[in-house]
Design a protein around this ligand. Sequence first.
Ligand SMILES: *[C@@H]1O[C@H](CO)[C@@H](O)[C@H](O)[C@H]1NC(C)=O
Length: 171
Amino acid sequence: MVSPASFLVPFLLFLSLCITPSIAISEAEKNDICSNSMNPRFCGDFMKAEQRVASADFAGVAKIGVEVAHSRAKDTLNFLKSLIQKTTDPKVQEVYKSCSSNYEEAVSVFEEAKKNLSSKNYGGATTTVSAAMDHADSCKDDAQGTDPSLPERNENLKSLCSIILVVTDRL
Ligand SMILES: *[C@@H]1O[C@H](CO)[C@@H](O)[C@H](O)[C@H]1NC(C)=O
């Protein structure tokens, strides 16, 4: 009589090959991605802070990056909307209004980038994420008296986009 284990072991092996087609990126690959990105230190922090990165392959890192960028862009958009309400200085308010339309664009572009990634359209993702980066760059916070956290938010979003672009370039 054949023991059930003799079926089970090859079956499980086969199954494990089917469900783990991706290989998590190595420390060396992470370092390589980061050293090619706009802000290597920001990138290193991102890789550590996002726990899902530990088990993600290249496509996974791109997906996590876009999700985080999307949610941060939405957060900045809400922040800008609240600043528009609070400020009385028309010049400063103009900056916030213009930045909020930049961020509205960025948010919708990240939504497209998510679709690009789920349909494995990596070239499309590169185009959309580059566009988002330009939108963050267009938020000119150069008027006197704008919120001091705005430049950092812009820089962080650009740094994040740059990580995604290094990764999508390799997909
Ligand atoms: C992906 O990105 C491109 C931008 O190059 C866009 O035109 C396209 O419609 C996007 N959508 C999908 C689902 O790939």
